[in-house]
Design a protein around this ligand. Structure first.
Ligand SMILES: NC(=O)C1=CN([C@@H]2O[C@H](COP(=O)(O)OP(=O)(O)OC[C@H]3O[C@@H](n4cnc5c(N)ncnc54)[C@H](O)[C@@H]3O)[C@@H](O)[C@H]2O)[C@@H](O)CC1
Ligand SMILES: Nc1ncnc2c1ncn2[C@@H]1O[C@H](COP(=O)(O)OP(=O)(O)O)[C@@H](O)[C@H]1O
Ligand SMILES: [K+]
Length: 502
């Protein structure tokens, strides 16, 4: 549960359960303020003139409380507030009254007069778009180079969806409490947060049992126990046999990228299935990856009769059409799990329901109805299978992916900077790794191969997809600038070493 993300409503429940169990709200606020000050001391030790912007709710209360501590520690603190202390209520009123002066109206705030700005305007309670005086002020603040530390969330960012409600603060750093929120990881929220620190304010993790969060940060804690390391006396077949289907002679590179990634990702064996027309070109480029001829569905079905071939990638460079549909049907009728990507997805654009019915039958045959297919669309491909969900602008990305997964009875891995992986049972994970250098031809093919590697090695379908996405992003981070798709598989040994180090 350490990877759980809490929606603002769930976080309010965590607060309420903690308060009901005997911790006063003002104590939580004081601890939140102490965590903010600690973050300031670590990141901005030399900031002398500090402005604390205080909104009308408890986010403002945190700002008043932090202002008091900063002042005691010798910083020159000024509070600019939307409401004077006497107009506040609850814990925020207590914190504001304890500060010692009334602060100044927000209109008097000038960013250029400060070394650091603490943004305590709105957090979890943001309920509508920033407008008027506040919107203008945020605009001026964002245009000024002064660093900003946001309390809980950059004001204007929805903790639920990561959306900008009107206008939003662009922070240098954000300190949130107990657990991060989806809006810290979903774009554009993620880009507004700067570095995110999650502070312990004494909320007991046991409250999560009552809350039952369904959204997670995609971190190793979510899937580490599903990954296998080769056993001392292990055999290559213990690590599964991944299969990648190649396109015709002019489109073979994508399959080979996926195949290399599957092998580096730990599958014991990897075979490229190639149409006759492309066998020669594939043969010239493959070494550890094996090659087999396959020109029709009957051959594929026969090959999959060997149950050791347990995970298959279909789609990269394959071509859109009836043969892709036929092959997908053959794989979903077998015991192997399917990663359907790129052209494989597009081939079902005219009849997504047919694909979903095949996936449902395959899931029904598996233990506990576990998904037998991972769909790996980018936004454009997603729209082809789920046009109505893609059009529902107001829906948060995890919710969109979750509804798609339920409909397709499959794991849906919706790519982008904030890739989301969702399962039919409602779990959704937001990825935490990656760099914009991943936006390069062929990087999606590598990802498909990595998913197949984790499936081949026996990971549960949701966890396999999550692990692959994390490792793919981590490989890009560790490689750094200048990345092309070929570099990703080569980085995997370092990614595994990082994972092993904890
Ligand atoms: N006791 C607790 O429950 C704790 C709460 N904490 C803090 O409390 C915050 C949540 O507090 P609240 O629920 O009071 O919510 P906020 O302080 O985030 O905002 C709620 C207030 O802002 C107003 N508002 C919302 N959107 C607006 C807009 N666009 N323009 C103008 N006014 C707007 C609302 O009417 C309400 O008065 C968290 O973000 C966190 O910083 C922390 O102190 C930890 C403990
Ligand atoms: N700006 C970005 N930041 C981080 N990751 C990105 C970004 N843009 C794309 N990606 C990732 O790069 C990969 C691209 O996949 P895809 O769109 O299928 O490309 P291709 O078809 O060229 O292989 C996905 O894993 C996606 O999440
Ligand atoms: K804030």
């Amino acid at each position: 549960m350490s990877a759980a993300l809490l929606t603002p409503a769930e976080m309010a429940r965590a607060d309420a359960l903690t308060i009901a169990a005997g911790t006063p709200g003002i104590l939580l606020m004081e601890r939140a303020a102490a965590a903010i000050v600690e973050a300031i001391e670590a990141a901005f030790p030399d900031a002398v003139r500090v402005a604390c912007l205080a909104g009308p709710g408890n986010n403002g209360g945190d700002a008043w409380a932090a202002a008091a501590i900063l002042q005691r520690r010798g910083r020159a603190v000024a509070v600019f507030r939307l409401q004077p202390p006497e107009k506040l209520s609850g814990d925020a009123a207590i914190a504001a009254q304890a500060f010692g002066n009334e602060g100044a109206p927000l209109a008097a705030f000038r960013p250029e007069a400060f070394d650091l700005v603490v943004d305590g305007l709105f957090g979890a309670g943001l309920s509508r778009a920033l407008e008027g005086e506040v919107a203008g002020m945020v605009d001026r603040l964002n245009a000024d180079p002064v660093p900003v530390l946001s309390i809980d969330l950059p004001s204007g960012i929805s903790g639920l969806t990561g959306e900008r409600l009107g206008m939003a603060v662009t922070a240098t750093a954000t300190v949130t409490f107990f657990r991060a929120k989806p809006g810290h990881w979903l774009e554009p929220g993620r880009s507004h947060c700067g570095s995110v620190t999650v502070a312990d304010i004494g909320i007991a993790p046991v409250v999560l049992d009552a809350i039952g969060p369904r959204t997670f940060a995609n971190e190793p804690a979510l899937w580490r126990d599903q990954l296998r390391t080769p056993a001392d006396a292990g055999h290559k077949y213990d690590r599964g046999h991944a299969v990648v289907v190649s396109g015709g002679a002019a489109q073979t590179g994508a399959a080979r990228l996926a195949a290399t990634a599957a092998l580096r990702g730990g599958a014991g064996l990897v075979t490229v299935l190639s149409p006759s027309s492309a066998v020669l070109v594939n043969a010239t480029h493959l070494t550890a990856v094996m090659l087999k001829r396959c020109d029709d569905r009957a051959t594929l079905t026969e090959l999959l009769g060997d149950r050791r071939l347990n995970a298959l990638v279909l789609g990269p460079g394959f071509g859109v059409g009836a043969q892709a549909r036929d092959y997908a049907e053959a794989v979903l009728a077998s015991e192997a799990r399917l990663v359907l990507d790129a052209d494989g997805i597009t081939s079902f654009a005219e009849d997504p329901a047919a694909l979903f019915a095949l996936a449902a039958q395959a899931a029904d045959r598996r233990t506990k109805g576990e998904a037998a297919m991972v769909l790996t669309p980018h936004a454009g491909e997603f729209k082809r299978l789920f046009p109505d969900l893609a059009a529902a602008d107001a829906m948060a990305k995890p919710e969109t992916a979750r509804q798609a997964a339920a409909r397709a009875r499959s794991i849906v891995l919706l790519k982008g900077r904030d890739t989301v992986i969702a399962a039919p049972d409602g779990r959704a994970a937001i990825n935490t790794t990656g760099t914009p250098w991943l936006a390069t031809a062929g990087s999606g093919d590598v990802l498909s191969g990595l998913v197949a590697a984790a499936l081949a090695q026996g990971a549960a379908t949701f966890e396999a997809a999550c692990a692959a996405v994390w490792m793919h992003g981590k490989a890009a981070e560790m490689f750094g600038p200048g990345l092309i798709a070929e570099d990703l598989p080569a980085m995997l040994p370092k990614v595994f070493a990082r994972l092993a180090a904890g």
